[in-house]
Ligand binder design. Sequence first.
Ligand code: ZNH
Length: 145
Amino acid sequence: KWTDSERSTIQSIFSKIDKDVVGPAAISRCLIVYPWTQRYFGSFGNLYNAAAITSNPKVAAHGKVIVEALEKAVQNMDNIKAAYAELSVLHSEKLQVDPGNFKLLADCLTIVIAAQLGNDFTPDVQATFQKFMNVVVSSLEKQYY
Ligand code: ZNH
């Protein structure tokens, strides 16, 4: 259940961020600081070091796909689990991503968005964003159980 203030906070975050920067920056950061997450991206080519990751066009494109998926969650805030049902099956059955990794990417997204919003990322905004990402992560995990 979301309060009106939480809804407008989430919408405001997504209206302020530069999506073309946040997605690629967050997935790059995840691949760099948690290098074991690279194992799922064998088809992405060179992920040899931080410079290779941040300049890899497939990584950047995938970052944008992830932000688009988050926007779908924003548009379906009352039904994120249903909106993500297919995506959860894909990650579980086809991609076989260890679900612990969702939280790691969520944390990278939080760090990148915090850096981009600066003073606008107040403790209240942070708490609401955390709640939102927790729902996103648990929705992605749903088909694992
Ligand atoms: Zn993921 C894919 C989302 C996390 C891995 N993904 C994907 C997609 C999407 C997503 C939308 C596309 C699908 C289709 O195509 O249909 N993810 C997402 C989200 C999240 C995620 C929202 C959180 C937040 N992922 C993740 C992680 C990982 C992953 C953590 C690992 C580590 N994904 C993945 C892969 C893929 C995907 C591998 C495939 C890619 C390609 O392109 O191939």
